[in-house]
Design a protein around this ligand. Structure first.
Ligand code: PLP
Length: 429
């Protein structure tokens, strides 16, 4: 990580903060909120309380500055020109690949593929498995998945004749490991599951589930969209074959994401898209493909977003991923107690291992109505199915209200949520 950060600091002359402040007393959120200009705005005349971080996080000034700086000083295409601007852009772009390699502890930087986001990463892998699966092969998914880790596998099954099996959750939102073990067999070729559920916050035992899948020779594909913002991820320790994430959920820009893949798998899978930069040789009737990572990066990438993601990673590491996790864990306990004490509130997702998501409903009230009133009071929460219809069906609800936390979330934010919720209940009752 250090070499990546010093490269970014060299390339970006704007000032980075030094987070010695974390040694000072007080909550993390007090010390970093001023990095996020949007948090000072008002909504419907009320101060914004932003609790929709699982959908997307807000961006620190360093990320906004990185985009402006790139376009003001070295906008150019990457990997193409010998000219100075292209060299600078390529250096900055590739430095972020190295940062990400360190961030997830990948063995090689070519194992980090830039994609449009988690959805794109998962589609890339599922598309690649078209050439691997045979009719009757089995793909295991789980009830806890975001649709982006279900639909690509459904499409793959339709295309190849493979069969989808699934691991159900229990009433707490915990995956049934006994069912999982009973599903594994030599026909299992892929096991796809998330690290952290976006709807419930459940943290899945990735390492244990991966070892079980590998015991029958299956590849493991992990949706890490909600884990990368909240916890240190070590893909080598987890031993997963693929791991995906989105920059916009970890203080970075939209339109850019990561696919980590083990070298042997990335070499085995065919390219996802064809075009410039992913080739070795092209004549009018045939092509050969470039090596990793370029084989999976056809066309001009989202250069500004990659570079700004580097600034977001630098920001996260200056704050400290462990500090972010500890802060969110403390707030999760605080918010759970606060909401749980409000009559009629039911919290969904009570796994013992849980990340900072509070999904809840109020007896007799539709989540949409509650969410609309909360918005009028300046509180941004998400309402609905959260792209996880199988979870909602499992609980027999049309949706939930979801408050999802981030590094800058404060106890005051949660106090305001609780007060606003009580007012909304009184108004709707
Ligand atoms: N997986 C999970 C667990 C998510 O929470 C999300 C987004 O909410 C996604 C996948 C899809 O991410 P993106 O829309 O950035 O591709």
């Amino acid at each position: 990580m250090e070499s990546g950060i010093s490269e970014i600091k060299r390339l970006y002359p704007f000032k980075f903060r030094t987070f010695a402040v974390l040694k000072a007393p007080g909550m993390l959120s007090d010390q970093i909120r001023s990095d996020f200009p949007i948090l000072t705005r008002q909504v419907h005349g009320k101060p914004l309380v932003y609790l929709d971080n699982a959908a997307t996080t807000q961006k620190p000034q360093a990320v906004i500055d990185a985009i402006v700086h790139y376009y003001s000083h070295y906008n150019s295409n990457v990997h193409r020109g010998v000219h100075q601007l292209s060299q600078e852009a390529t250096d900055a772009f590739e430095a972020v690949r190295t940062q990400l390699q360190s961030h997830v502890n990948a063995a090689h930087s070519h194992e980090v593929i830039f994609t449009k986001g988690t959805t794109d990463s998962l589609n890339l892998v599922a598309h690649g498995f078209r050439s691997v699966l045979q009719p009757g092969d089995e793909i295991i998914v789980t009830q806890l998945e975001h649709h982006s880790n279900l639909v690509p596998w459904h499409m793959l099954a339709e295309r190849t004749g493979a069969i989808i099996r699934f691991i159900p959750m229990d009433g707490r939102g915990v995956l049934d490991q006994t069912v999982y073990e009973s599903l594994l067999n030599p026909r299992t070729k892929v096991v796809a599951f998330n690290h952290i559920s976006n709807a419930l916050g459940t943290i899945n035992p990735v390492k244990e589930m991966t070892a079980k899948a590998h015991a029958v020779g299956a590849a493991v594909v992990v949706d890490g969209a909600q884990a990368l913002p909240h916890a240190a991820v070590d893909v080598q320790d987890l031993d997963v074959d693929f791991y995906s994430g989105s920059a916009h959920k970890m203080y970075g820009p939209t339109g850019i994401g990561l696919l980590y893949g083990k070298t042997e798998w990335l070499e085995k899978l065919p390219p996802y898209q064809g075009g410039g930069e992913m080739i070795q040789d092209v004549d009018v009737t045939s092509s050969t493909y470039a090596g990793l990572p370029h084989k999976f990066e056809a066309g001009t990438p989202n250069i500004e977003a990659v570079i700004a993601w580097g600034a977001a990673l630098t920001w996260m590491h200056q704050v400290g991923v462990a500090n972010i996790q500890a802060h969110e864990d403390e707030l999760l306990a605080y918010g759970t107690a606060l909401l749980g004490a409000i009559p009629g509130v039911k919290i969904y997702g009570t796994a013992p291992q849980k990340a900072a998501v509070l999904s809840f409903n109020v007896a007799g009230l539709h989540p949409y109505d509650v969410g609309t009133l909360l918005d009028q009071m300046g509180i941004a929460v998400r309402t609905g199915q959260h792209c996880t219809q199988p979870i909602m069906d499992g609980f027999g609800v049309p949706g939930t209200i979801r408050a999802s936390l981030a590094a800058y979330t404060s106890k005051e934010d949660l106090d305001q949520l609780a007060r606003a919720l009580e007012r909304a209940i009184a108004l709707l009752a």
